[in-house]
Design a protein around this ligand. Structure first.
Ligand code: CAP
Ligand code: MG
Length: 453
């Protein structure tokens, strides 16, 4: 009988443990990259063997011993599974810790890192499911990346906005407006009090609005709104396109028109993201990353890649903004896990904190901080919850929550700005904004009819 897949492992035909990928007494070196995977072995597969198999398949191994192993320093290059813990309340799942020698990776390349860590192994037969939960990135590796060029501090300085979250809105409907009408939305929203407007993730260059048309009308709106309000304004021009050449062309045009920011979608891929980050760094532009597509692999709790890992990769890659969840809006996310994402973006050092999903201490080695963006079904009525949950260094983005206002777009923007400022003032006065939030909003609404509406 020819044994296949999981059967082979049960019968002990293939033994990654024996091949040297399970080293229970291994103490990771300071320079090792460590990954923690949630593994669900097939019934009857030993979890340590499954962990060893993940280590093998994500580093040097194939399904059999090969002669050429004798020609390299196999011990150094083999990833080492060194710890397997049962997941609380999930009897068939285990956290497997795997250490990788730094020599396995090219400096400064997310594409190269991910080709190993999430390369083939997620389709591996002895596992029912596999999820990459977290990674410890050693300082030696972090330092091979440039990180965000602008980040939080410089963005605030460039925009001259301090002490409060930034306010934005995604132009709606997502698709279908002409350039001229699109520009009108941008102007109304910015003049009404927002700092930013934003293209939607799926707006590129469609028949109803060519990208140049959009950029021209948007920047006219930005300039007019800046002149009318005396504030620095911006609009995230989405330069996502089919090729790098197209993206560079669009980004260059945005710069030529005086934009301070461009936007890309996660779906363009890691190498394209790193190229755009380099471009933004050289051109003094803020780079906004919309995480379009992430839920296809981040949402399931037993299979895929946690968003916390994507956030870490993106801080290395050097985007300046990243969508990181709202907790209270229309898209899934719980407070503890989301706090972990925000800490990855905004802290110099993340201490290990299992409650927030952080499995390791993470030293960011002076890489700039990344501005998180909260977006998705949020509105002024949640201002107290948003500030309480997400703090001050965040972009709050209300699409429907601006453009759906009953009195119009500018009124929607004003309602958000007034709610924000009232809440920040109350917080700075030491009031408990979570408990008193609705009263604070009601008070502010007495002298602001858009907020009242
Ligand atoms: C929000 C949004 C954003 C999502 C992204 C949308 O619009 O423009 O793309 O929030 O989610 O298309 O749904 P509304 P995330 O403000 O009108 O809901 O930030 O979680 O990646
Ligand atoms: Mg959107």
């Amino acid at each position: 009988k020819v044994l296949k897949g999981a059967e082979r492992y049960k019968a002990g035909v293939l033994k990654y443990k024996q091949m040297g990928y399970w080293i229970p007494d291994y103490e990771p070196r300071e320079t090792d990259i460590i990954a923690v995977f949630r593994i669900t072995p097939q019934d009857g597969v030993d979890p340590e063997e499954a962990a060893a198999a993940v280590a093998g398949e994500s580093s040097t191994a194939t399904w059999t011993v090969v002669w050429t192993d004798r020609l390299t320093a196999t011990e150094k290059y083999r990833a080492k599974a060194y710890r397997v813990d049962q997941v609380p309340n999930a009897p068939d799942q285990y956290f497997a810790y795997i250490a990788y020698d730094l020599d396995l990776f090219e400096n400064g390349s997310i594409a190269n890192l991910t080709a190993s860590i999430i390369g083939n192994v997620f389709g591996f037969k002895p596992l029912k499911a596999l999820r990459l939960e977290d990674m410890r990135l050693p300082t030696a590796y972090v330092k091979t990346f440039m990180g965000p060029a602008t980040g939080i501090v410089v963005e605030r300085e460039r925009l001259d906005k301090f002490g409060r979250p930034l306010l934005g809105a995604t132009v709606k409907p997502k698709l279908g407006l002409s350039g001229r009408n699109y520009g009108r939305v941008v102007y109304e929203a910015l003049k009404g009090g927002l700092d930013f407007t934003k293209d939607d993730e799926n707006i590129n260059s469609q028949p109803f609005m060519h990208w140049r048309e959009r950029f021209l009308y948007c920047m006219e709106a930005v300039n007019k709104a800046q002149a009318a309000t005396g504030e620095v304004k911006g609009t995230y021009l989405n330069v996502t396109a089919a090729t790098m050449e197209d993206m560079y062309e669009r980004a260059e045009f945005a710069k030529e028109l005086g934009s301070n920011i461009v936007m890309i979608d996660l779906v363009i891929g890691y190498t394209a993201i790193q190229s755009m980050a380099n471009w933004a760094r050289k051109n003094d532009m803020i780079l906004h990353l919309h995480r379009a597509g992430h839920s296809t692999y981040t949402r399931q709790k037993s299979h895929g890649v946690s968003f916390r890992v994507i956030a870490k990769w993106m801080r290395l890659a050097g985007v300046d903004h990243i969508h990181a969840g709202t907790v209270v809006g229309k898209l899934e996310g719980d407070p503890a896990t989301t706090k972990g994402y925000y800490d990855i973006c905004r802290e110099e050092f993340n201490p290990m904190c299992l409650e927030h999903g952080l499995f390791f201490d993470q030293d960011w080695a002076s890489l700039n901080k990344l501005m998180p963006v909260a977006s998705g079904g949020i509105h002024a009525g949640q201002m107290h919850q948003l500030i309480d949950l997400l703090g001050e260094d965040v972009v709050l983005q209300f699409g429907g929550g601006t453009i759906g206002h009953p009195m119009g777009i500018a009124a929607g923007a004003t309602a958000n700005r007034v709610a924000l400022e009232a809440m920040i003032l109350a917080r700075n006065e030491g009031r408990d904004i979570l408990a008193e939030g609705p009263d604070i909003l009601a008070d502010a609404a007495k002298s602001c009819s858009p907020l009242r509406a």
